[in-house]
Design a protein around this ligand. Structure first.
Ligand code: SF4
Length: 218
C-alpha cells in the first residue's frame, strides 16, 4: 500500500465550526495525529501521539457520512501526512466545501486550489515564531485565511507589524486574530485593534464559549 493510501487519525466528528469566517456553520472535523511544533498554548496536545491508521477511503467515507456541507482537516498538523492532499481533493470532488487548518510551518504549495487554507502565523508567545514559513504567503489566495493567536501585548504588536510590513491584507482580506483563553482578554485585543485601525477580524473561539475552555471532541 502506498504511503498516501492511509492516514493516522485522532478523531472524526461533526460539530460547529468554532473559528474562521466559517464560524457557526455545521462542520465535520477530521483530526489527524501528529505535529512537529509545540506551541506553548496548544489546545490539542492529545493529538500529538496515538491515533488509528485507517485506509484513506475509510476516512473519506466517514467524513462524507456525517452529511455536513463543510469538512475541515485539522490536527495536529494535517499537511505532515502524504495522504491528506489526495483526501482534500477527494472531498472537493465530492462537492464539499473543504478547509485545512495548518500551522504556518508546513508547506502549503500544491494544496488543491479549491481548498480554503486557514494558516497560522505563530506569534512569539507560542514559542514557535521562528518556524513560520514565510514563503507560504506566496501560495495563499484571496479566499484563504491567516490566523494569529495572541497571548500578550507583545504578540499583538508583532501581529500589527507583520500585517503592515508584509501588506497581508493584499494577500487575503481574511486576517483573523484571537486570544489565548485565560492569557489575554478579548476586550483588550478589541481596544488595541480599534486604536490602530488594524484590518483584522477579532474572533472568539466559539466552541470554548459554548462548551468549556478545555472541551475536547466538540
Ligand atoms: S501547530 Fe497546532 S497542533 Fe501543533 S503544537 Fe501548535 S497549536 Fe498545537
Amino acid at each position: 500500500m502506498a504511503k498516501e493510501d492511509t492516514l493516522v487519525i485522532h478523531e472524526i466528528y461533526a460539530s460547529i465550526q468554532g473559528e474562521s469566517t466559517f464560524a457557526g456553520l455545521p462542520c465535520t472535523f477530521v483530526r489527524t495525529t501528529g505535529c512537529n511544533l509545540r506551541c506553548s498554548w496548544c489546545d490539542t496536545p492529545q493529538a500529538f501521539y496515538g491515533g488509528t491508521r485507517l485506509p484513506r477511503a475509510e476516512v473519506l467515507a466517514r467524513a462524507l457520512a456525517t452529511g455536513t456541507e463543510l469538512v475541515e482537516l485539522t490536527g495536529g498538523e494535517p499537511l505532515l501526512q502524504p495522504g491528506v492532499r489526495p483526501l482534500l481533493t477527494e472531498l472537493c470532488d465530492a462537492g464539499r466545501t473543504v478547509l485545512v487548518e495548518t500551522s504556518g510551518e508546513a508547506d502549503v504549495a500544491g494544496v488543491d486550489p479549491r481548498v480554503h487554507v486557514i494558516m497560522d502565523l505563530k506569534a512569539p508567545g507560542s514559542g514557535e515564531s521562528e518556524r513560520n514559513r514565510w514563503s507560504n504567503l506566496e501560495h495563499l489566495r484571496e479566499k484563504d485565511e491567516i490566523k494569529f493567536v495572541l497571548a500578550s501585548r507583545e504578540d499583538y504588536e508583532w501581529m500589527r507589524d507583520v500585517v503592515r510590513a508584509r501588506a497581508l491584507s493584499r494577500v487575503t482580506p481574511k486576517l483573523l486574530a484571537s486570544t489565548v483563553f485565560g492569557k489575554l482578554l478579548p476586550r483588550d485585543l478589541v481596544a488595541w485593534v480599534l486604536a490602530d485601525r488594524l484590518p483584522v477580524r477579532v474572533q472568539l473561539q466559539m466552541h470554548k464559549v459554548i462548551w468549556a475552555p478545555d472541551a475536547q471532541g466538540v
